[in-house]
Design a protein around this ligand. Structure first.
Ligand code: ADP
Ligand code: MG
Length: 592
């Protein structure tokens, strides 16, 4: 069939109002994007208090009030014109940005698709007194419809009504008011932790939804936002690169205790120079930090601030400015991942977060009235986390004195300070073996290996034959040299069968033999994860089982081996190994 071009129209410039609305769409996707821009303007204006009010999910009304520097009267009208900004005026300024905004597009975009009112009083005019009320201007669809005066102290009030009234296509994509309000609440929560020195207040449909005190303390702000009983549920992160190193940067923030882990990433927040960002590589760096240290699918409560010289950050990557590029990204990424791992690897579980198969030692009850969308904190956490072990508590392991074994599964041990540790023997051993295998396999720190029993491979009395599927067999064959390096001697035995002659040394060989078919299939998986999964599988299948009686000497040597592990608090699957009952806990319980 011949192609016809009859429907092609000539190239013409877009009518201005159409162009305006299209441009607006790049910045203003939905109500939450309006709130974001207005809050950023308030912060750029040096506000110490930001109040946000929304109705109809922000479609009917958004009002942001701040106590910032205000806008001088003779500039007020200009504020809503495209590419008008007070924040930069030369291209070079982009390299030294100290403000969240700089494109001069937000107010223009909002004005194009709503009814916008700016009421502002510049801080310099305040001395002129009440008889000189502040100026306001209203635009609808970008045209001025009203001007007037109103009393107010210095600062700015921006009111946005009837969002997208003139963009029906956009309106169609809006979800219900509740969904939009939910986005806005999450946004405000993010800015509140990004700017703990600013008081935030959010009213949704005339109900107070969120409030912070602006104490300037991040832990306090987190406790306010999440109704956490104690800031002790949070572990601090603080990294400062050497001042005279070429690429200086600093990381600071908090990571919540495992009890606060959630099933989604909603509470993982990252700021770069005070700007909330979502860049993929940075996000992944955070995840890499807690992957394997929390159960699969769990995400921590995590707030991290990255501060670095302004010239090392490019924020001009995306219209919403939520993506950034860092000049020395690889270094920052490595430090981020390491900092998070460092904290999680060393923090033992608190009693209320344990997932033991044994009896519940702590009476647990959910706190009533914990906010629906907020984090859930059990009552016991409130009372007994007072004396939370510090992040370095894993070092205590080396000083523990084993007392007894409970249910042939858990070692009870006393710390020098009189507190009690419970150690899951299977997970502890799993962790020790896993790290040993990883060292052997990657060659890292191999010389630190702990004695003869750990080295080489162990020849099986009877080789094990495993049969694989055809595609598995091919991958498996290719990986034979790698497996050999791990102590798994295998050879092809014709067709799709393989003979496994040996297993890694010192890892409970007899116990392992029966699991070799399952492990071989892991070693034949078509995935990047196969190596780590195989190490975990080997560790899990050869670790001491629950139900095995351990003498005090065996308990002691397991604790010592665990004390040498880099991540003694979590098993390779991400479940807790240690449970700590602080002295306070015991004192409280017995009412001493
Ligand atoms: P940008 O923030 O990129 O400069 P905007 O369209 O968001 O662009 O705002 C335009 C200008 O209006 C800003 O540069 C600033 O001078 C002024 N402005 C906007 N909101 C406020 C506010 N809340 N307080 C003081 N000035 C403001
Ligand atoms: Mg702005």
């Amino acid at each position: 069939m011949p192609i016809t071009y009859s429907s092609r129209a000539p190239i013409l410039p877009l009518p201005q109002d159409v162009a305006e609305r299209i441009a607006a769409g790049e910045v203003i996707e939905r109500p939450v994007s309006v709130v974001k821009e207005l809050v950023e303007n308030a912060l750029d204006a040096g506000a110490t208090e930001v109040r946000v009010e929304i109705r109809g999910g922000g479609m009917r009304l958004i009002r942001v009030t701040d106590d910032g520097c205000g806008i001088p009267e003779d500039e007020l009208e200009r504020a809503s014109a495209r590419h008008n900004t007070s924040k930069i005026n030369r291209l070079e300024d982009l390299e030294h940005l100290h403000t969240l905004g700089f494109r001069g597009e937000a107010l223009a975009s909002i004005a194009a698709v709503s009814e916008l009112t700016l009421l502002s009083r510049a801080i310099e005019t305040e001395t002129m007194g009440e008889e000189h009320p502040a100026l306001f201007i209203t635009w609808r669809g970008g045209e001025v419809t009203q001007r007037g005066r109103k009393a107010r102290l210095h600062g700015t009030t921006v009111t946005v009504r009837d969002l997208f009234y003139n963009v029906p296509a956009r309106l169609k994509f809006m979800r219900g008011a509740r969904t939009e309000a939910g986005h806005i609440e999450r946004l405000l929560r993010r800015y509140a932790v990004g700017y703990p020195g600013v008081r935030f207040h959010l009213t949704i449909e005339e109900h107070a939804a969120l409030q912070t005190g602006g104490s300037g303390n991040l832990a306090t702000t987190l406790a306010e936002l999440y109704h956490l009983p104690l800031a002790e549920m949070l572990n601090p992160i603080a990294v400062n690169t050497d001042e005279d190193s070429a690429h200086a940067f600093a990381l600071h923030g908090y990571i919540g205790n495992r009890a606060l882990a959630q099933n989604n990433r909603q509470h993982v927040t990252l700021f770069v120079n005070g700007r909330w960002v979502q860049s993929r590589p940075l996000q992944e760096a955070l995840e890499a930090g807690y992957r394997g240290l929390l159960p699969k699918g769990k995400h921590p409560l995590l707030v991290l601030h990255v501060d670095l010289p302004t010239e090392d950050v490019d924020v001009n990557v995306h219209p919403a400015k939520t993506e950034v590029k860092l000049l020395h990204e690889a270094e920052v990424i490595e430090a981020m991942t390491k900092a998070i791992r460092g904290v999680l690897e060393r923090s033992p579980a608190l009693p209320e977060e344990a997932q033991f198969p044994g009896p519940q030692l702590v009476y647990q009850r959910r706190l009533p009235g914990v906010r629906r969308r907020g984090l859930h904190v059990s009552e016991s956490a409130e009372h007994y986390s007072v004396e939370k072990p510090d992040p370095g508590a894993a070092e205590v392991l080396a000083t523990l004195r084993p007392l007894a074994q409970l249910q042939q599964a858990v070692i009870l041990a006393e710390a020098p300070d009189g507190s009690l540790y419970l150690i899951d023997q299977h997970r502890a051993h799993e962790r020790v073996i896993y790290e040993h295998l990883r060292r052997t396999y990657t060659g890292v720190g191999a010389q630190e290996n702990q004695g003869e029993e750990w080295t080489g491979s162990h020849l099986l009395l009877e080789p094990v034959i495993v049969e694989l599927k055809r595609h598995e067999a091919e991958l498996f064959e290719m990986r034979l040299p790698l497996l050999r390096g791990l102590g798994l001697e295998c050879e092809r035995f014709g067709g799709r069968s393989f003979l496994i002659r040996s297993v890694p040394g010192g890892v409970g060989q007899e116990q392992l033999a029966g699991h070799l078919p399952e492990l071989a299939r892991i070693a034949a998986e078509d995935s990047d994860e196969w190596e780590n999964r195989l190490l975990i599988g080997l560790a899990c299948r050869s670790a001491l089982r629950r139900g095995r009686t351990l003498g005090l000497d065996e308990q002691r040597s397991l604790i010592n081996a665990l004390a040498n592990a880099t991540a003694p608090a979590v098993c390779p699957h991400g479940s807790p190994i240690l449970l700590h009952y602080s002295r306070t806990f015991l004192i409280d319980k017995f009412d001493w």
